[in-house]
Design a protein around this ligand. Sequence first.
Ligand code: NAP
Length: 292
Amino acid sequence: MTIGVIGPGAVGTTIVIELQKKYPDTLLIGKKRQELHYFPENEKEGIIMSVTPYQNIIQPLDVLFIAVKTYQLDSVLSKLTSIIHENTLIILAQNGYGYLEKIPYEHAYQAVVYISGQKNNNNIVHYRDYCLHLKDTPRTRQLQKLTNKTKIEIILEDNIEQKIWYKLLVNLGINSITAVGRDTAKILHSAHIKHICREIISEGITVANAEGITFDESTLNSIMTIYEGYPDQMGTSMYYDIMSDRPLEMEAIQGYIYNKARQHQLHTPYLDTIYSFLSSYQQRIIQNSSSQ
Ligand code: NAP
C-alpha cells in the first residue's frame, strides 16, 4: 500500500505525521524538496518533516490525499498522471465545495475536514482534531480500515452533502465578516456585525434549502453559538490570508453559494455584497502576482 499526501501545510502534514506511525513510507508531497518543523498539539518540541517533490515518486500511489488550498488545486492536477494509477483512491481534503469535479478520476471523494492548524513559513502548528468526514462507500470503508489504530479518524456519512453544507455555512459567516472587517473573532462584539453575520448565514441556509439540503433557524442559532465560543484573538484562515495579501478560498465558499443563489434566482443581498468585496480583493491580488 503506497500512500501520499499532496500539500505540506497544516492539514496535509498532520495526516502524514499520524499515518507514518502505522505506515512509515507515507509521503508528504510538495513542490520542492524541503524540511519543515511540525509542532504537534500542545507540544513545544518540533518534529522535522521531509517533503518529497513529485519527480521523486517512483511507485504510483494507491491512496492520495490532496490538502492544498482550493485556489492551488489547478497547479496539482497536471502532476497527478505521473504519480497515481486508475484505481487510486483520492481524498480531496479541502474546505468549500464544487472542486471535486475538477479531478478527472473515478475514485475521488470530497472530505469535510476537521483538523485545525496553521502554517507559517516552514513552521506548522497543529492545534487540535484529526477528523475527516467522507461519503460511505466500499472504497472509503477500506480507507477507514486502513486508518484504524491511527489518530486519523474517518467518519463515514450516509448524507455527506449535509455535512459539506454545514461546514460551508460555518465558514461562510465567520470567514466573511473577519475577512471583510479585517478583524479577529472579536468583531462579533459589534451588534451590527453580528446582525450582518446572521443575515449572511440565513441567506446561505436559503440557498442550501433550494439545493434540497435542509437547515432551519436552529442551524443558524447553533452556528452563532459556535462563534460565541471563539476566543477574541482567534482569526480565521480568510482573515490571516487577507491580512497577508494572499489569495482567498472565496470562490469555493462564498462563490459557490453565490453561484447557487443565482441558479435558483434567490435574493441574497448580504452575500452579494460580501462576494463583491472579496472578488475585488481577489482580482487585485491575482493581478499583482501575475505582474511580478
Ligand atoms: P496550507 O497550510 O496553506 O497548506 C497548503 C500547502 O500546499 C502549502 O504548503 C502549499 O505550499 C502547498 N502547495 C501549494 N501548491 C502546491 C502544489 N501544486 N503541489 C504541492 N503542494 C502545494 O493549507 P491548510 O491550512 O493545510 O489547508 C488545506 C485545506 O484544508 C484548505 O482548503 C483549508 O481551507 C482546509 N482546512 C484547513 C484547516 C486548518 O485549520 N488549517 C481546517 C479545516 C480545513 P506554499 O505555501 O508554498 O504555496
